[in-house]
Design a protein around this ligand. Structure first.
Ligand SMILES: CC(=O)SCCNC(=O)CCNC(=O)[C@H](O)C(C)(C)COP(=O)(O)OP(=O)(O)OC[C@H]1O[C@@H](n2cnc3c(N)ncnc32)[C@H](O)[C@@H]1OP(=O)(O)O
Ligand SMILES: O=C([O-])CC(=O)C(=O)O
Length: 399
């Protein structure tokens, strides 16, 4: 049976082969721009006041007054921790920093040129197979425990891949160090000046959460099918990797290295704009007059520049920003200051986006828990613009 009338008769439905549907009158929201798809209590990005709050607290205040651990707790639990809650959260997190032999051996066996984002995505996927809880209830408490485990282990995976790729031995995590200090320890076997650790911690706080951005939305879509936290996190990593999202912090540094000299930055930017190039680290879907997080990160970029006695990148930053604002009224986003900051801290460029993952895991998990607690399958519509209904030409007759 290969003709539409026969199929229609068989199924007792009417299929008219000559039917040509009326063009649909729909208002397509390309890129979901401006579409509000759900409520959230996790954070609010307010482009009018150029502000960002996590659970009601301005992100600038959190960056200046809290540690990343406190902010992760806030995002996951809804309140800033008391002293004893923080102590217990830090103990639980630090004790779970170790990763399995299976993950280590997998990292060792990956092709040399594997991008760290692919390595981390694969590692989290294995973590899902190893899930010790074996509790698929998706209850808030179970997912909170799993979220801490993911938060604790991702930096170890990133650092292990970092060392292995350089042909160095893997350094075990330490439980007596803060989240930020331990990451430096695992990557470099030493902890830098306290100003550098603070700048890194601030970057993690600023990167931790940003409402329904592409990767967080991805984690919510996966969660909405009643899938698990590991699958959602793996999907989030995939979405963050792209250069229009988290991948931009790497591209910013490649661009700065290409420009090389702050005195060449103005001409480079003018040429790029003439050629209508997308300049990485500029622009944002929600903010139109600057990213709320940039002034804080720029301040800490200056701190890092001062400690490292390296002013080249911040001078280049200023020159590029000046032309972009004057010519296009487009402002830097958070990936613009973090790129050179991470570079001066000594990280390989392709590890910048994995650092973003380390931080954003907190926000993703908060959204995954929120989505589970008040779920409805996310399933939008599309406007069909393909071929109209057609008859199948038998294989032998097709040209
Ligand atoms: C932490 C984060 O993930 S922040 C985002 C990180 N991503 C980047 O830095 C990549 C560079 N930036 C971009 O590509 C965009 O600004 C995005 C993806 C962030 C936002 O994209 P959209 O909201 O879809 O904006 P869109 O791409 O439509 O830009 C609107 C206009 O501004 C221009 N524009 C926006 N960003 C840039 C940029 N970085 N360089 C040059 N022009 C730009 C566009 O060319 C377009 O101009 P036109 O109207 O003359 O065609
Ligand atoms: O909000 C966005 O679209 C992207 C962003 O800045 C983030 O995820 O931090």
């Amino acid at each position: 049976m290969n003709n539409l009338e026969d199929i229609g008769a068989q199924k007792n439905i009417h299929i008219n082969p000559d039917y040509v549907p009326e063009p649909e009158k729909v208002n397509v929201k390309k890129g979901l721009e401006g579409v509000v798809i759900d409520t959230t209590k996790v954070s609010k990005v307010n482009p009018d006041s150029n502000s960002l709050i996590y659970r009601g607290y301005p992100v600038q205040d959190l960056a200046e007054n809290c540690s990343f651990e406190e902010v992760a707790y806030l995002l996951l639990q809804g309140e800033l921790p008391t002293l004893s809650q923080l102590k217990s959260f830090k103990e639980t997190e630090s004790q779970q920093r170790g990763i399995s032999k299976t993950i280590l051996n997998t990292l060792k066996s990956l092709p040399k040129e594997t991008h760290p984002m692919d390595a981390i995505r694969t590692s989290v996927s294995i973590l899902g197979c190893e899930d010790i809880k074996k509790d698929s209830s998706q209850s808030q408490d179970v997912n909170f425990e799993k979220a801490i485990q993911i938060l604790a282990k991702i930096p170890t995976m990133v650092a292990a891949h970092y060392r292995l790729r350089q042909g160095k031995s893997v350094i075990n995590p330490r439980t007596d160090l803060s989240f930020a200090e331990n990451f430096f320890h695992m990557c470099f076997q030493e902890i830098p000046e306290k100003e550098i650790v603070k700048a890194f911690d601030v970057s993690l706080i600023l990167y931790a959460e940003h409402s329904f951005n592409a990767s967080t939305f991805t984690t919510r879509v996966v969660t909405s099918t009643q899938s698990d936290i590991y699958s959602a996190t793996v999907a989030g990593i995939g979405a963050l990797k792209g250069s229009l999202h988290g991948g931009a912090n790497e591209q910013v540094m490649y661009m700065m290295l290409e420009i090389d000299d702050p005195n060449k930055a103005e001409k480079w930017m003018n040429d790029a704009l003439v050629l209508k190039k997308k300049v990485m680290g500029f622009g944002h879907r929600v903010y139109k007059s600057g990213d709320s997080r940039v002034p804080t990160m720029k301040k800490y970029l200056q701190v890092v520049s001062d400690v490292k006695k390296e002013l080249k990148w911040i001078k280049m930053y200023d020159a590029l920003e000046k032309v972009m604002i004057e010519k296009k009224n487009i402002y830097p986003n958070l990936d613009f200051p973090t790129g050179p900051a991470y570079f001066m801290m000594g990280f390989d460029i392709d590890f910048f986006t994995p650092i973003f993952v380390i931080a954003r895991t907190a926000g993703w998990s908060a959204h995954i828990i929120e989505q589970h607690n008040n779920n409805r399958l996310i399933r939008p519509l599309s406007e069909y613009v393909g071929e109209h209904q057609r008859k199948i030409i038998p294989l032998k007759e097709r040209r």
